[in-house]
Write a protein that binds this ligand. Structure first.
Ligand SMILES: [Ca+2]
Ligand SMILES: [Ca+2]
Length: 186
């Protein structure tokens, strides 16, 4: 009996692998631009969301991304993965200067006070100062393998003395991009 169950599981896995290999190579993705409207601190200029078979990749492009901590610049990418529950379910927060850290958290809204526990799972952020990119790769599994995802993005920066922190949202504050569907048909 046990052998039969194992056998059918193996077949199911094999079928899943075959489907994955047949999926188109290009991921479903969108790109959204934002005006040059922040005089200092990593002005947000565009956001790209790629929904791939195993990962969701969010790439933000900036003007004047600096390695120095004096930039005080950081960002929050809010991920909406459940259309039936209003607002974002996760937030990817990170600093944009050398030596800072990043983390994927659960959230129940936009305010810092609604941020919850760190998410168990695979994710990473890499900053490219030459390309002025911040690239966040998050495994779909860490987000509960959503069918679709959309993001709202906020960056912030401060003057070297820490005063005058400015914020720059992608589009209107707390506004989301269009939904980006998973390329995986389940
Ligand atoms: Ca901007
Ligand atoms: Ca939601």
């Amino acid at each position: 009996m046990r052998t039969t169950i194992l056998g059918s599981t193996t077949l199911a896995v094999a079928a899943t692998l075959a489907l994955t290999q047949l999926a188109p190579a290009s991921a479903d993705s969108i790109g959204v631009t934002d005006p040059k409207d922040l005089a200092h601190g990593a002005d947000l200029r565009s956001v790209q969301v790629e929904h791939k078979a195993r990962t969701i990749v969010v790439t933000t492009t900036h003007t004047d991304l600096r390695e120095s901590f004096r930039s005080g610049s950081s960002g929050a990418v809010y991920l909406d993965t459940d259309p039936t529950d209003p607002g974002p379910e996760h937030v990817f927060v990170g600093g944009y200067f050398v030596g800072t850290d990043y983390q994927l958290l659960t959230t129940d809204g936009f305010g810092n006070g609604s941020w919850g526990e760190p998410v168990e799972g695979s994710y990473a952020m890499r900053i490219d100062y030459d390309a002025e990119h911040a690239r966040m790769r998050i495994s779909r599994a860490a987000l509960g393998s959503p069918d679709e995802v959309r993001v709202a993005v906020k960056v912030a920066g401060s003057r070297p003395d820490g005063s005058n922190t400015r914020r720059d949202w992608l589009g209107e504050p707390r506004s989301f991009t269009e939904w980006v569907s998973s390329p995986v048909v389940e």
